[in-house]
Design a protein around this ligand. Structure first.
Ligand code: ACO
Length: 326
């Protein structure tokens, strides 16, 4: 019988910094209210990294927890891909800093920059290594310190984001080539650079020379999000050969509760199947999907063997979706 090599998720881990910032905390210095933020976004609070914590520190803890869940050690890791838009330094890649801090002596390490779609993009890249036999133990990490990109005078953006990190371990596993296989089953990745002005950071190495601040036309982003994400979800399901109705859990990028609900409604998904962490995590960009996975595995909702659909949209615009059987 023919077999195919799949990239199997064997461990998931997450890390949120200790400090919790509530909407009322923000209302002390920006013209907003808890009621407005909750009604428009579903966000009640977000975590913020301590001043001495770099994004690699957040990523490190998430990676260590994912490795522990997989029963693997740092010595076995031969690939680290970090999805981040808030790297420690312009170079080297945050992935190589995580490699050093983790004490992972072998392999390849690099970053993927697709903003809030970073985890889905990074997973696709790592799948290319693992499913082709070029990695035996890969760490795919989404890690962000989004609070460092905020203009704290802009109430339209600064209330939306938080810090955190999530990680998964990918290992090769043999499957029959059908939808019962464990592992990554299908993807749809998209980008439309003509929509840059809707969501971007107004600084960078080769332009302003500083890191800049996040700028967003929120209502325009919102308008594109539900349509774009829904199309990518259907395309990823078709790529995997599954029906959206067969999916056990939808794990969206956590930008806004209204976007989560809008996508679920458009696709006829039972809201009870949608994992939502936006209330307490806010938008942690590339970290939000693995953090949500980690939470729903830890609380017993997601079980081994279940079919998961991950989806995200972010600056670029970039967006995409992925089907995984745990
Ligand atoms: N508190 C109080 N009022 C506010 C706030 C705030 N924090 N922010 C904006 N407002 C006001 C605006 O000034 C505006 O006032 P006006 O009518 O007097 O001009 C009013 O609220 C309505 O503003 P809108 O921007 O039209 O409000 P909207 O309902 O669209 O909600 C929001 C704004 C929450 C940003 C929403 O558009 C959204 O969530 N968009 C998607 C954002 C998103 O998903 N971004 C992340 C993508 S992923 C990534 O890559 C980073």
């Amino acid at each position: 019988m023919n077999t195919v090599t799949r990239s199997v998720v064997t461990g998931v881990g997450g890390y949120l910094p200790d400090e919790v910032v509530t909407n009322d905390d923000l209302a002390k210095f920006v013209d907003t209210t808890d009621d407005w933020i909750v009604e428009r976004t579903g966000i009640h609070a977000r975590h913020r990294a301590a001043p001495e914590q770099a994004v690699s520190d957040l990523a490190l803890v998430a990676a260590q927890r994912a490795l522990a869940a997989a029963g693997r050690t740092a010595a076995e890791v031969d690939l680290i891909v970090v999805g981040t838009t808030t790297p420690d330094l312009t170079f080297p890649a945050t992935a190589t800093i995580v490699q050093r801090k983790l004490g992972a002596p072998i392999g390849v390490a690099f970053d993927v920059q697709a903003v809030c779609s970073g985890f889905v993009y990074a997973l696709s890249v790592a799948d290319g290594f693992v499913a082709r036999g070029r990695s035996r133990c890969a760490l795919v990490i989404g890690a962000e310190t989004m609070t460092r990109l905020m203009d704290w005078t802009d109430r339209g953006t600064c209330v939306l984001f938080g810090d955190g990190a999530g990680a998964v371990v990918l290992e090769p596993g043999e499957g029959k080539g059908d939808t019962d296989d464990r592992g990554v089953l299908g993807f749809a990745l998209r980008a439309d650079g003509t929509k840059q002005d809707l969501l971007y950071v107004d600084g960078g190495v080769s332009t302003s020379g500083d890191i800049g601040k996040l700028r967003m036309q929120g209502n325009q982003v919102f308008r594109h999000a539900v349509v774009n994400i829904s199309e990518a979800v259907l395309a990823a399901a078709a790529d995997a050969g599954v029906d959206v109705a067969d999916v056990d859990w939808f794990i969206p990028h956590q930008a806004n509760q209204r976007i989560l609900e809008g996508v679920a409604k458009r696709l006829g998904i039972d809201p009870a199947k949608v994992v939502s962490t936006v209330a307490t995590h806010a938008n942690t960009s590339a970290a939000s999907i693995p953090l949500a996975m980690d939470q729903a595995i830890a609380d017993g909702r997601i079980k081994p063997g279940q079919l998961l659909l991950l989806e995200a949209m972010g600056g670029g615009l970039t967006w995409g979706a992925c089907v995984v059987r745990l």
